[in-house]
Write a protein that binds this ligand. Structure first.
Ligand SMILES: Nc1nc2c(ncn2[C@@H]2O[C@H](COP(=O)(O)OP(=O)(O)OP(=O)(O)O)[C@@H](O)[C@H]2O)c(=O)[nH]1
Ligand SMILES: [Mg+2]
Length: 227
């Protein structure tokens, strides 16, 4: 590093004061996503939820939509969250902690056809409990597969979040599977549909974990939601 470069980054330089919360730091996506991210725990019931008053964002969506892949792309670590060809892989609320400031939650996917009734009941309970009383939760990123668009079970999830007054933002995934005109179409359709939902953030983010598309935009959205 050249002399004189040292002042350009580093959290200490960005603190507003010693006693107040480091608001500007967490709001800076470039700084935030350069910090370490660690796996905290897998939560299977409401009693297991961390009680730290730390800001939190979550990734939700149908099984196989690409939640874990997108989380890895976001963090810039290939195998932080577990990815699988087997749908229904993530069965717990998987907690990650970024920069010791922010919890990021990888949620179990819904709509997994081969899930047993007791499995579905178990995680529905968990998600209801989670959405119902999680004051730390700043925003849920609801992932939608760009090849399929919003489906019936996504609408149910949206209704549940509308009712719980949990703010959520739609993220289209697997953009690399589509041609440009198809992207335009699904983008417009999705935007039109979220207009009807009270708790939906009015902008959507189009991504590909595989190609890195939209990752910077998603990082900005996470930082803004967390600040
Ligand atoms: N082409 C392409 N494939 C992707 C992308 N993101 C994820 N995939 C693939 O989609 C499959 C599911 O990805 P996961 O990240 O495990 O999906 P998930 O939503 O976490 O799945 P569950 O944990 O089962 O709910 C894997 O085979 C991934 O390689 C993407 O951006 N492009
Ligand atoms: Mg997963």
């Amino acid at each position: 590093m050249m002399q004189g470069d040292a002042g350009e980054d580093g959290p200490a330089k960005r603190m507003d004061s010693d006693d107040g919360p480091p608001v500007r730091v967490i709001a800076d996506p470039v700084w935030l996503f350069r910090q370490a991210c660690v796996f905290v725990k897998g939560v299977v019931n409401a009693a297991g939820l961390p009680d730290a008053p730390m800001a939190e964002v979550a990734f939700a969506g149908r099984s196989n939509v690409g939640k874990s892949s997108l989380l890895n792309a976001l963090i810039g670590q290939k195998a932080l969250a577990r990815i699988s060809n087997t749908p229904g892989r993530t069965r717990e609320l998987n907690y990650f902690r970024l920069a010791d400031m922010l919890h990021i939650v990888d949620m179990p996917g819904y709509g997994y056809a081969r899930a047993s009734k007791s499995m579905v009941a178990g995680w529905q309970r968990l998600v209801y409990d989670y959405l119902g009383g999680r004051t730390q939760l700043r925003r849920i990123f609801l992932l939608i597969d760009s090849r399929h668009g919003i489906k019936a079970n996504d609408r149910e999830a949206m209704k549940l979040m509308d009712r719980s007054a949990v703010s959520y933002q739609i993220v289209l995934t697997k953009l690399d599977k589509l041609k440009a005109f198809e992207i335009d179409k699904i983008y417009a359709e999705t935007l039109a549909e979220i207009g009807k939902h009270a708790a939906a953030y009015p902008e959507i983010i189009a991504t590909s974990a595989e190609k890195g598309t939209g990752i910077e935009e998603l990082r900005r959205a996470v930082a803004i939601a967390a600040a």
